[in-house]
Design a protein around this ligand. Structure first.
Ligand code: SF4
Length: 263
C-alpha cells in the first residue's frame, strides 16, 4: 500500500454523499453533459493474487477512496491514473476551457476518452476509471485571465488558469459529494507544483473537500506519461492550450522537457 499525503480540511462544511453509480458492472457519469456508459458488464476476472472474482463481487469489495481528478489532457492523465489506480476509485474531470481553439479542444477530449476506454479494457483488475466532461466555456476563461495575456508561460496567467480550472473542479466535487480532489497539472515540467498546491489548499478550505497535493512529475512521472502516450498511440499537442501559449510552442513534444523537473 502506498502512502499518500492529503491536505485535510479542518473546517469541513459539506458532508459527503455517495456518488457510486455502478450497478452490475456498469457506471454512469453525472455532469453538465452526460456521457455514454463507458464500461460494459465484465466477465469474471483473475486478480493479481490469483483469485477469480466476478465484477459484481469486486464492486462489493471495493473500499477504495474516491477521487475527483481534474485532467488537463489525455497524455498527462496516463501516468497519473496509473500511479493512483491501486489506491483510488478515480473519476476524471475534463475541464479545460483554456484550450481556446475549439477544434483542438475536441481533439484533446477525444484523446482523453480513447485513453480511458483503452486503459479500462486493458486493466479489468482495477476499478474502472470514469470520465466526466465539464462545460466548454473559453470566453469565461479569457475573461478570467484578462490583463495577463502577455505573461510568459509559467507566469501569473498560468497561476490564474490553474485556479480557474481547479475551482470548477472542486466545486463539482463538492456538489457530487466526493471526499477528495486533485489535478494532473503537476505532471508537467512546465507547471510549478508549489503554485498548484497553494491553489489546491485554498480551494480545499473554501469547499471542504480534501486535496491530494502530490507532485506527479516526481519519480519520472512526466517521462512515464510520454512512454504511455506512445504505447497507447495518443495525440500529443505541442503547445499548452490557450491562444497565448500557441506562440511559445514549447509543449510536451519538446524532448528537452522530458527530464521531469520539479519546478
Ligand atoms: S499557457 Fe497553459 S497553463 Fe498557462 S494560461 Fe495558457 S493554457 Fe493555461
Amino acid at each position: 500500500m502506498l502512502h499518500r499525503r492529503y491536505y485535510r480540511n479542518q473546517d469541513r462544511q459539506i458532508q459527503g454523499k455517495s456518488v457510486h453509480f455502478r450497478k452490475s458492472g456498469q457506471q454512469r457519469c453525472y455532469c453538465s453533459r452526460v456521457l455514454e456508459v463507458y464500461t460494459a458488464a465484465q466477465p469474471a476476472i483473475r486478480r493479481q493474487d490469483g483469485v477469480e472474482i466476478s465484477q459484481e463481487n469486486m464492486d462489493m469489495t471495493d473500499q477504495k477512496r474516491k477521487i475527483f481528478l481534474h485532467s488537463c489532457c489525455g497524455p498527462c492523465s496516463t501516468a497519473v491514473i496509473e500511479r493512483l489506480i491501486p489506491d483510488y476509485s478515480i473519476t476524471v474531470f475534463f475541464y479545460n476551457p483554456n484550450i481556446t481553439n475549439e477544434g483542438e479542444y475536441h481533439k484533446r477530449f477525444e484523446t482523453e476518452k480513447a485513453f480511458i476506454e483503452a486503459f479500462n479494457k486493458n486493466h479489468p483488475e482495477w476499478t474502472p476509471v470514469e470520465l466526466m466532461e465539464g462545460e466548454y466555456d473559453p470566453e469565461a476563461f479569457l475573461h478570467f485571465v484578462r490583463g495577463y495575456e502577455k505573461e510568459p508561460e509559467n507566469g501569473a496567467r498560468c497561476a490564474k488558469c490553474f485556479e480557474f480550472r481547479m475551482e470548477r473542479t472542486v466545486r463539482k466535487a463538492a456538489e457530487l459529494g466526493y471526499p477528495l480532489f486533485g489535478t494532473t497539472l503537476s505532471v508537467s515540467p512546465h507547471k510549478k507544483t508549489q503554485t498548484i498546491n497553494e491553489k489546491g489548499y485554498a480551494l480545499s478550505r473554501r469547499y471542504g473537500v480534501d486535496f491530494l497535493d502530490e507532485s506527479f512529475k516526481k519519480k519520472d512521472g512526466f517521462r512515464r506519461s510520454v512512454d504511455l502516450s506512445r504505447e497507447y498511440g495518443l495525440y500529443r499537442q505541442n503547445y499548452c492550450g490557450c491562444r497565448f501559449s500557441e506562440r511559445e510552442g514549447a509543449g510536451p513534444e519538446d524532448p528537452s522537457l522530458e527530464r521531469g523537473l520539479d519546478l
